[in-house]
Design a protein around this ligand. Structure first.
Ligand code: GLY
Length: 379
């Protein structure tokens, strides 16, 4: 496998009073050792804090540390506990204190090495420490590589709602080493695949068909196939965030499955289901709503839901019910004047945003989740 870097650029047009901005996303296989020259070329300060978690520290953060040290940087590692339940303001405070004790000032950069939790939290630290310092994303999970590392959404959860504190803060660059997928568990791979299916469903019917055709082999990572999928998803995401960086409308399409999914995550303490599993359920429910509200053909809904079931999310815990999920959705950031708003599907490959279906349809869709394995996506 060659160690060349492919490059894609996220470019924001100039608006009144600001100049255009852009940053590169590099992808390649076995490229972690090449991060030093890229960081140097993009003027990342010499002093670097690598934020990682207890699982990734020994697997990959050490490689990034050595690669930077060998290139003349002064890196240091701060490790946080692994898992979505630690994506909190308490963990942010823990990192601020460590950075203060280490004498970090504005001449410091933060590099996130890990999955979505690490990237979101490290990005929030970078956005706020001393009012903002340079930030780099080195995503090591499929989910972070296809979605969360691109687009600048950073933040943490509150007990009652997901990502309720945060900022839009773009990285200086994103560095994706597909070799890191080799150590991912099946569960992590399936979670990432949920976001890939989302991209196909909302924006790219051809990608959806491709995934539907190879889903079984995809669950055993074939790096060439994964590289193509990752680059395709990053390009799709770039095209959305370039058009609406701060989610004033269009970017909401990326939230398909997330209104219900985030409610499930909050209700289960961010610890029972992974983000990918929660949005797998979220997409199944919102597919059902799309049939009733947007006229998504039943046959397409059935195909989509069946594909999502192939990801085999664990059953929903019996500590939560449909009524609780429905009420928890009102903490979603898309709610306006107390009305739920969703991103839904017109047809596979075409999404709508800002949709407010009849509450009756929404409740029915959530109720269906509790029998989905039994009913096998009948509509
Ligand atoms: N993950 C959805 C977004 O970045 O907008």
């Amino acid at each position: 496998m060659d160690r060349s870097l492919s490059k894609l650029t996220v470019a924001f047009p100039a608006d009144e009073g600001s100049t255009s901005r852009s940053y590169p996303i590099y992808t390649g296989h076995g490229i972690l050792s090449m991060i030093g020259p890229v960081a140097s070329e993009l003027h990342i300060p010499e002093r670097i804090i690598i934020i990682t978690d207890a699982n990734i520290e020994n697997l990959y953060a050490g490689h990034v540390y050595s690669a930077l040290l060998n290139f003349g940087f002064r890196p240091e590692i701060i490790s946080i506990p692994a898992g979505e339940k630690h994506k909190t303001l308490d963990t942010v405070r823990f990192v601020y204190d460590k950075m203060h004790d280490a004498g970090c000032g504005r001449d410091t950069a933060v590099i996130a090495v890990g999955g979505g939790v690490v990237g979101d939290l490290a990005g929030f630290v970078a956005a706020t420490y001393h009012r903002g310092i340079p930030f780099v994303q080195v995503p090591t999970t499929l989910l972070a590589q296809v979605d969360s590392s691109v687009g600048g959404k950073v933040g943490v959860n509150l007990p009652y709602g997901k990502n309720l504190v945060g900022a839009f803060y773009q990285p200086r660059f994103v560095f994706i080493d597909t070799k890191t997928l080799i150590t991912l568990s099946q569960r992590e791979l399936r979670s990432g695949m949920a976001e890939v299916i989302k991209y196909g469903t909302i924006l790219d019917g051809e990608l959806f068909e491709m995934i539907a055709g190879v889903i079984d082999s995809l669950l055993i990572p074939d790096i060439n196939l994964y590289s193509d999928i990752i680059e395709r998803c990053c390009a799709l995401k770039a095209s959305v965030v370039e058009r609406d960086e701060r989610e004033s409308g269009y970017r909401e399409i990326l939230n398909f499955g997330h209104t219900v999914g985030h409610a499930i995550e909050a209700l289960t303490g961010y610890s029972t289901l992974t983000h990918g599993e929660a949005i797998t359920y979220g997409m199944m429910a919102e597919t059902h709503t799309s049939v009733n509200h947007c006229g998504l053909p039943k046959e397409e809904a059935h195909r989509l839901c069946s594909l999502l079931l192939r990801l085999s999310p664990p059953p929903l815990p019996d500590t939560i019910d449909d009524e609780q999920i429905y009420l928890a959705m009102f903490n979603d950031k898309k709610v306006r004047s107390g009305v739920l708003r969703f991103s839904l599907i017109n047809k596979i490959g075409d999404a709508a945003f800002g949709e407010s279906p009849e509450p009756h349809y929404v409740k029915q869709s959530v109720r269906k989740l509790f029998t989905i394995y039994k009913d096998e996506c009948e509509y």
